[in-house]
Design a protein around this ligand. Structure first.
Ligand code: FAD
Length: 534
């Protein structure tokens, strides 16, 4: 061993030893810190950002707001909801950040959190059954359990446009928006992308921009928001029992077994309820039967086209034929998105017809010419589900990195663990409900499973838990079989990993919170079947 290595080892040996190191200060990390501390574990949380909130800290662009209504989108801990009142049913990022400050104060979290601390690497010390975890500022800690709550959206995706760095104006990705803010007023603004963030930023920019150009690849099948009164305990009870972890129950009939009048009546009711009701509260076969799905698309299309004055624009934004089945790509919520395109200061560029060829100092060049811009907004999404995990240099047994292991696609057992990486558990990760589930529901349900698992390990004097390769293979096959029974593979969405060039195509989220938790709880009840405990 040379002197550099030996001083490194010395430093690692001296590192603080924790029961668990949690990475990430969003809903999942916060829940883990609170509950593991309650159970007497020695825990710390490292957060790359300067504050709590996770995605709500980073995505502070104008118009950023949650698409899950409250109180569904908050912790169900009574001590917290009793004294907190939201101003809006779909709160914006700044109100969500205030909520996190409130949670921090109530639960006294910050004393065990290090902000501005990015975990860059971790390796498993097989001799001690501990993770040695390093941060970009040179800190090293040891922890028995490495709990990754890095979220599905902590690696923004920036397209590889030729000349992007040459752009002379301001340029921001929505997920890395400047904390001090940025104004659209009087500027020529370009927004690339019409996913959830694109819809939100377009609505705001349309108000103040001198001109707004929206670069659309695929039309978003966005749904209108509406308001409704709140009954907290009942809502929290229902959200544990529904498909997506919301308070919305679906109609268990087929869309094709009812009369057209009855079908339309349900669709109209869901439409008026607003939010995700139209997506989740429909008939049972919407996501599995193409004809059933088409009835839902057609209703959405007719409602939406009625709001767009120019028929040519209506064909782009709400085409007569569906770009993909309804709801297999996440439908964003909107308030005046479609009316934006009736304004004189707004234009739409269809990048399937007119691809972006390069970015130049003056703006964006397409096959049709130059669009001059002062500001370029990249609402281009994230390397979802896996990116936040694989961007950390994580080395398991035998020194294999997680990134290497998942080259052909993510492989997990129960969406919590992967073989070869003992004592490492991830929440809201690939092959768990994550993107198909309301965030806080998942944080609590998955969170309790992890807390119970660590308690089980402690009570049974076990120091090491690892998913078996066989259990992982079966889980991956199981999810793939589920995907084949649905229409999800029919859209190029981040649900399928298809928004990132070269990323393996697979269903990254598990559809159905109750079925998922049933599997997880059954495995736990059978002494953590599918895991090896030592
Ligand atoms: C714009 C946007 C809108 C959304 N809207 C909804 C919605 O309407 N409904 C819904 O249910 N979900 C929504 N989501 C999903 C959202 O991610 C979840 O609801 C929830 O916030 C997940 O919480 P989390 O704790 O898992 O992750 P996050 O909130 O993403 O937090 C992860 C944290 O980990 C930190 N981190 C990552 N890597 C490292 C590292 N290496 N070292 C240190 N820290 C690290 C990040 O800085 C981040 O703060 C939205 C996401 C985005 C981006």
């Amino acid at each position: 061993m040379n002197s550099v290595q030996s001083s490194q080892t010395q430093k690692d040996d001296d590192a603080e030893v924790l029961d668990a190191l949690i990475v990430g200060g969003g809903f999942n990390g916060v829940y883990q810190l609170h509950r593991l501390r309650q159970e007497g574990f020695k825990v710390r949380l490292f957060e790359a950002g300067a504050d709590l909130g996770g995605v709500w800290y980073w995505n502070c662009y104008p118009g950023a707001r949650v698409d899950s209504h409250v109180p569904i989108y908050e912790f169900s801990i009574e001590e917290l909801w009793r004294d907190w009142n939201w101003t809006e049913r779909f709160p914006a990022w700044d109100e969500l950040c205030r909520y996190f400050h409130y949670v921090d104060k109530k639960l006294d979290l910050s004393r065990d959190i290090r902000f501005g601390t990015r975990v860059s690497a971790a390796e498993f010390d097989e001799a001690r059954d501990q993770w040695v975890i390093r941060t970009t500022d040179g800190t090293v800690v040891r922890a028995r359990y490495f709990i990754l709550c890095t979220g599905f959206a902590s690696k923004p995706y920036i397209p590889n446009y030729k000349g992007l760095e040459s752009f002379a104006g301001e340029s921001f990705h929505t997920g890395l928006w400047p904390q001090e803010g940025a104004s659209f007023t009087g500027k020529r603004v370009g927004v690339v992308g019409t996913g959830a963030s694109g819809v939100q930023v377009v609505q705001e920019a349309s108000k103040d921009a001198a001109h707004l150009t929206v670069f659309q690849r695929t039309p978003i099948l966005a749904l209108p928001m509406q308001q409704r009164k709140l009954d907290y305990p009942e809502i929290f009870r229902i959200r544990r029992e529904t498909f997506g972890g919301f308070d919305i129950l679906r109609d268990e009939r087929s869309a094709l077994e009812v009369s057209p009048e009855e079908r339309c009546a349900l669709y109209e009711k869901l439409w008026q309820e607003g939010g995700f009701h139209y997506w989740i509260g429909g008939f049972a076969d919407i996501l599995t039967n193409e004809d059933a799905n088409r009835t839902m698309y057609d209703f959405w299309r007719d409602k939406t086209r009625a709001r767009i004055k120019d028929p040519a624009l209506a064909d782009k934004l709400a085409p007569m034929e569906p770009p993909h089945p309804f709801g297999v790509k996440r439908p964003s919520l909107e308030q005046w998105y479609y009316e934006v395109f009736n304004q004189d200061n707004v234009s739409l560029v269809d990048v399937r017809e007119m691809p972006i060829t390069e970015i130049v100092p003056e703006g964006v060049r397409t096959a049709d010419g130059l669009v001059e811009l002062d500001m370029l907004v990249l609402a281009t999404g994230f390397d979802a589900a896996t990116g936040g995990l694989t961007q950390i240099d994580i080395r398991g047994t035998g020194g294999v990195t997680l990134k290497e292991k998942w080259t052909e696609g993510a492989r997990t057992y129960l969406g919590f663990a992967t073989s070869g990486f003992p004592n490492m558990l991830f929440l809201y990760g690939p092959q768990s409900p994550a993107g198909f589930s309301n965030g806080p529901t998942s944080a609590e349900l998955q969170g309790e499973w992890v807390v119970d698992c660590l308690k089980h390990m402690r009570e049974n004097n076990k120091g090491r838990i690892e998913a078996t390769a066989q259990a992982e293979e079966e889980w991956t096959q199981f999810l793939s079989a589920i995907a084949d029974m649905t229409l999800f593979p029919r859209a190029d969405s981040w649900y399928m990993g298809a928004n990132i060039p070269g990323k393996p195509r697979q269903l990254l989220n598990f559809p159905g919170v109750p079925m998922y938790m049933d599997r997880c709880n059954t495995a736990a009840a059978k002494d953590y079947e599918g895991f090896v405990l030592d």
